[in-house]
Design a protein. Structure first.
Length: 432
């Protein structure tokens, strides 16, 4: 691929679908067949869908867009996003554009380590049992790694073990935690298999009874981080920077605001997870649990102002994603999405997703601080209402614009306008 390729594209949203596809094809080196799959109403066959989940009755298509302008660790990315909510893809692209003012977004990640938990109950002396498990650490890790020699050969596998005693309404429980390096997989299946395998060994060591043997979705050992400096003029001046900091301070002090703040971050993160067929439920559960890890629910991002008056943003969150295994390697569009992204590892994908979350958050906070979140969102919402009312073709845009101007974005008004324009056009056709 050419090193001169760029995702900084002006007016991408104004282009036709075919023009956008042409640019993405050139950027990602897509084949004609892959482009045709993106054009298809659904490239997932019923037969394949029937193998992916149970009780299949059909396919549920979702819009897939591409966020542009992303410069992450000095590299340009086009980011595929699957989402039904208007303005999210546009906001991510706009947020990314603002970050280019000072060199883009910088991201890093920890090793891809997942936590597997083995729950032991009915232990008479739980703290002594904890010591016994720790003394048998090497034996337990060896048993775990025998389950997945391929993962071990790639440098992954069970790397460490820790044990805690917790007090519960059912009495004390001894919880053994396997720390498993999953490499480029999300890793739930591998971790669960290892937990199952070591359960009898832990029962023998403790004299207790093992019940749950399962991965944790609070992946505190598998973090993705991103940060950026945004020139104050790129966001609209120091007054807007201060407005963004006021909005952030609100979120940092009030969980009711923080929940919506984090929802905005996840708009971006989950749209990429859907495009690549990653487990978005696991990511979302982990994100919210991580936000509450101090005992208070807090924003996943932090916003500050540096000595030059520029905006500085950072984000840290668990990011259990994979580029191999599961639906990621089965779904034909997910494979194309990964090709468009051009990521070479699960860690790189996690870093891109953290960067997207930060850009999404920046765009939302700027809109809140500057012009109100409704303006762009409502014009897109108005289009959806116009379509639901029965408008087609150019009437969709005409009716949507009228409703936004009138500030009456409602189904009843859309139907009135549709009848009005159909009547006008009908009279026009009769006269000519």
């Amino acid at each position: 691929m050419s090193s001169t390729r760029t995702s900084a594209i002006s007016g991408f949203y104004k282009m036709s679908i075919e023009e956008r596809l042409k640019l993405v094809k050139e950027f990602a080196g897509l084949t004609d067949e892959e482009v045709n799959m993106l054009r298809a109403p659904s490239s997932l066959s019923l037969d394949l869908a029937d193998r992916m989940i149970e009780n299949v009755i059909g396919i549920f298509p979702m819009p897939m867009g591409v966020a542009v302008n992303f410069l992450i660790n000095g590299r340009d990315y086009m980011v595929p996003m699957v989402i039904e909510e208007p303005s999210v893809v546009a906001a991510a692209s706009y947020g990314a554009k603002m970050t280019r003012s000072k060199g883009g977004i910088f991201a890093s990640s920890t090793e891809p380590i997942m936590i597997g938990q083995i729950q032991t109950v009915r232990v008479k002396d739980p703290h002594r049992a904890r010591m016994a498990i720790l003394e048998s650490k090497e034996e337990i890790l060896k048993k775990a790694n025998e389950q997945d020699p391929l993962l071990v050969s790639l440098g992954g596998g069970a790397k460490d073990l820790r044990v805690k005693v917790i007090e519960t309404i059912r009495g004390p429980m001894v919880i053994t935690e396997l720390l498993v390096d999953c490499r480029d997989a999300m890793g739930a299946n591998a971790v669960n298999t290892m937990c199952e395998a070591v359960a009898p060994l832990i029962e023998r060591i403790t004299g207790g009874k093992v019940f749950l043997r399962i991965v944790s979705n609070l992946a505190t050992e598998r973090l993705a981080r991103a940060w950026t400096v945004v020139d104050k003029n790129a966001v609209g001046g120091e007054e807007v920077v201060d407005g963004i900091l006021e909005a952030y301070a609100f979120a940092a002090a009030d969980p009711y605001r923080a929940a919506t703040h984090n929802k905005g971050i996840l708009n971006g993160v989950i749209a990429v997870a859907l495009a690549t067929c990653n487990d978005h439920r696991a990511i979302e559960a982990g994100a919210h649990a991580y936000a509450a890890r101090t005992g208070r629910y807090l924003p996943l991002s932090v916003w500050e102002k540096n000595e030059d008056g520029d905006l500085v943003g950072s984000i840290e969150m668990p990011m259990a994603v994979g580029i191999i295994g599961g639906a990621t390697k089965v779904h034909p569009i997910a494979k194309i999405a990964l090709k468009i992204l051009g990521v070479k590892s699960a860690r790189e994908l996690a870093e891109v997703m953290a960067a997207v979350g930060l850009a999404q958050n920046l765009a939302a906070l700027r809109a809140l601080a500057h012009e109100g979140i409704q303006r762009g969102h409502m014009s897109l919402h108005a289009r959806n209402i116009a379509i639901m009312a029965g408008a087609t073709g150019e009437l969709i845009d005409i009716i949507a614009e009228r409703m936004v101007e009138e500030r009456k974005i409602r189904m009843d008004r859309a139907k009135e306008l549709l009848e009005e324009y159909q009547r006008k056009w009908g009279e026009h056709l009769r006269l000519h």
